[in-house]
Design a protein. Sequence first.
Length: 284
Amino acid sequence: MAGILYLCPTPIGNLEDITFRVLRTLKEADLIAAEDTRNSIKLLNHFEIKVPMTSYHEFNKIEKAYQLIGKLREGKNIALITDAGTPGISDPGEELVRICCEEGIDVVSLPGAAACITAVTVSGLSSRRFCFEAFLPRDKKQRGILLDELKDETRTIIIYEAPHHLLRTLEDLHQALGNRRISVCRELTKRHEEILRTSIEDVLEFYWDQEPRGEYVLVIEGRSYEDIQNERKNEWLQMNLEEHMRYYEEKGAARKEAMKKVAADRGISKREVYQMLLDHELDD
């Protein structure tokens, strides 16, 4: 029988955050696949785990995945770990999981630490609905496209960032999204953990004077439905009523349906739309 791939979350800072189940799985695995073996050996030594380890990272994620599949087919159980947090979240582990699923290999994900979840729950912003964007693209064009998509995002937005890119990212967010509420989470679970709950403008001013240090998770307020509706309403009001009706009719809407849509867009009743159109026809 084929072995099982276990996704084993590791602490994002505080070593006490590892679970008993993860420790047992790591000790019982036949092989541990680690994003950075030099970093992971410190964790394994701390918990006296002597299981053989191999590297699985961004630059060998496809070729090495099939090598690991071969070992799984031999019946070996493999534990996948990342540098910090849950494998498959913003790291090459997602490729190994995808290939395992395609090849019919069982995958078991163990609950554990994830910086994005830790940040959103402590942010003070809405955690009912959120979108996780990980690191923004470095390519200018791709970055611009994504930021443009986020302008009307109503969910809370979570972004990872390194210290040397923090200022640029905050400036880009301010230009794209305006002055939203933001929680800047630094060094989560570590000794110097810090949470700044403020605005994008204020945190920009802060980091113009203070050199960013440590790893960051940015949690940004989503746009309110009310703001979006008001903006769209203002756009519709730039049209006269006949142009507005023609917009929907040219898209194939029957006249009654077009009147209904126009009424909703302009925040008035269908009867008012009808009367305004009638008055215009009488004037003509």
